[in-house]
Ligand binder design. Structure first.
Ligand code: 6GU
Length: 240
């Protein structure tokens, strides 16, 4: 999968794509990331990309021309038949989640648009944006961190990015349940023992214990999720 990130701060993007699991997938050619500097596309002789908002008010607005030309250059290079999804990261949007991450992971190319200042001229958004996505109900200074959050969550759902393919499906939020607690060596630490069932070697009992822990943890920490969780009728009787 190819990510194209349209931004005024390409250096913010470059760190993450060379690190850890994402970095490994990039070096194996499963993913590519390209940070495109919107400023490189300004037609202004002083390289300006923003101006005052019509109607007055605080801050500056990113102008339509450089954003459109940066986007068009990427689109021409991709040359994909049919639509390429262009995602504008903004708090004025539906909130991102694991289900969305899985959907976007099916795409071959994704263009992420990062805003700054008081936003981007609405007219260019109308022309190029297919999806508006927020990463949560709080306000950040720009779209770069949200774009990286989005790209990380989507990328790890692309086949081959996670080496242990199972870990994508047994983790937190699968079936709207949180993940069970994990333990590693030693068997006793700080006077606390690892739950004995995990040392028993009885896989059916381990699975049953983990399932119960997942449900209890979800009930305790995210009761809002539990209401939508995939529970059997028996489980519903016990836990809901
Ligand atoms: Cl996507 N952008 C900005 N600037 N702030 C946010 C956000 C996005 N999601 C939550 N806060």
């Amino acid at each position: 999968m190819h990510f194209y990130i349209l931004t005024l701060f390409p250096d913010m993007i470059r760190q993450i794509m060379h690190t850890s699991i994402i970095g490994r997938a990039v070096s194996h050619g499963i993913l590519t990331f390209e940070a495109v500097n919107i400023r490189d596309y300004t037609a202004d002789k002083h390289k300006k990309v923003d101006d005052y908002p019509y109607g007055g008010g605080a801050g500056m607005v990113m102008q339509a021309q450089p954003v459109y030309d940066a986007w068009k250059a990427v689109m021409d290079r991709i040359g994909q038949e049919g639509g390429v999804r262009t995602i504008y990261l903004t708090p004025q949007a539906p909130v991102f989640g694991q289900k969305m991450a899985k959907e976007f992971a099916k795409e071959q190319n994704l263009i992420l648009l990062c805003g700054h200042y008081e936003g981007i001229d609405e007219r260019v958004l109308e022309e190029i944006v297919t999806d508006y996505v927020s990463i949560g109900d709080y306000v950040l200074t720009g779209g770069e961190l949200p774009a990286m959050v989005f790209a990380d969550a989507v990328a790890r759902m692309v086949p081959g990015v996670l080496t242990n393919e199972l870990s994508g499906s047994t983790e937190s939020l699968e079936g709207n349940l949180l993940e069970y607690p994990q333990y590693s060596r030693p068997e006793e630490w700080n006077g606390k023992k690892v739950p004995s069932v995990l040392l028993s070697g009885n896989h059916a009992n381990v699975d049953a214990w983990r399932r119960e822990q997942s449900i209890r943890r979800t009930a305790d920490r995210r009761p809002d999720l539990l209401a939508q969780a995939d529970l059997t009728e028996k489980e519903q009787k016990i836990y809901l």
